[in-house]
Design a binder for this molecule. Structure first.
Ligand code: GH3
Ligand code: MG
Ligand code: MG
Ligand code: MG
Length: 294
């Protein structure tokens, strides 16, 4: 596991780091609560072993803060307070602040070793649930929940990177007729195939999400024209695959795509981006489907 050790005492930090490294864990250290917060936000950690009494941000404040801090690198930090404070009142306060476990100094490393077994069970379970709740079961793409999270941080990211992004809503044409003609199981398979084309199409340049039903959303880390090229390539890849959809006008499965853009300084919200892409998608449909708008 990746363990972050937080202690203002240099030698305590070093001894613990070397013991945990010997047990096979990846270890980082921080000398204060603030340093730990930055380190966790940037790189995550499965377990945080923190001292209580430290100058500035102490261990309890760190516990409370970490419970509110988001890190994509690790969804749930398992926090173990390691402190000279003994007694049930301190224990209670520590757990109330957000710690998952509590150990008293001086430490016999086997006590921590034992607690880490439980920590691994909890963090593994949490990671699985975290991934499952953000993954579409049929296609394996990220789902709407992960898209919402992505959109929430997109604006900030575009400003800090100074690089615009393109959002695209992709809707399969005449998919109801596909289901009606070939059945729902074949329909599911077709969704999976389209998802593969989208996943491959944005590999290295963005991310694909299942928006819902036969609709997908792409977040591409560039603006037109490169983003438009990516989208056109995706549309043409599906067209060339020529998956039969006899109920449709062209007789094959096709995609309509509506795009919107977010540029530094725009200040558009995720909902605005989606709504603009939706309007464009409506145009692509009404101009004859199997096309990209604008
Ligand atoms: P348009 O070209 O205007 O988009 O027409 P459409 O038929 O694709 O659109 P409509 O919204 O009428 O139908 C969408 C269909 O997608 C209806 C629904 O049964 C099907 N669908 C949605 N989710 C799934 C799924 O998970 N599996 C299967 N097999 N079908 C699905
Ligand atoms: Mg201390
Ligand atoms: Mg639709
Ligand atoms: Mg459709």
């Amino acid at each position: 596991m990746q363990i972050l050790i937080v202690d203002d005492d240099t030698s305590a930090r070093k001894v613990l780091a070397s013991q945990l490294t010997q047990l096979g864990h990846g270890v980082r250290t921080a000398a204060s609560g603030d340093e730990a917060t930055c380190s966790y936000q940037r790189l995550g950690a499965d377990v945080i072993v923190t001292d209580w009494k430290m100058p500035g941000t102490d261990g309890l404040t760190l516990c409370r803060r970490l419970r509110e801090t988001r890190s994509d690198a690790s969804p749930y930090p398992y926090i173990i307070l390691l402190t000279a404070h003994d007694g049930p009142d301190h224990f209670l306060r520590g757990m109330e602040a957000g710690a998952d476990d509590y150990l008293v100094k001086p430490l016999d490393i086997r006590h921590l070793q034992a607690r880490l077994i439980a920590a691994e069970r909890v963090t593994t379970l949490h990671r699985r649930l975290f991934e499952a709740s953000r993954t579409d079961a049929l296609t394996g793409l990220s789902n709407r929940l992960r898209l919402n999270e992505r959109l929430a941080i997109l604006r900030e990211q575009v400003e800090t990177m100074g690089q615009g992004v393109t959002l695209a809503l992709c809707d399969i044409d005449y998919f109801k007729r596909y289901n009606d003609r070939y059945g729902h199981l074949e329909g599911d398979l077709a969704l999976w195939r389209v998802a593969e084309i989208l996943r491959n199409g944005v590999e290295g340049v963005g991310q694909a999400f299942r928006f819902g039903g036969e609709e997908f959303c792409l977040v591409i880390e560039s603006l037109p024209p490169p983003a438009t090229d990516t989208l056109e390539t995706i549309r043409l890849t599906l067209e060339s695959a020529a998956l039969p959809n006899e109920g449709s006008e062209l007789g094959i499965l096709t995609l309509s795509i509506g795009a919107s853009t977010l540029r530094p300084g725009d200040g558009k919200t995720g909902d605005q981006l989606l709504s603009e892409a939706d309007t464009a998608l409506y145009q692509a449909k009404s101009f004859g489907r199997n096309r990209l708008a604008p």
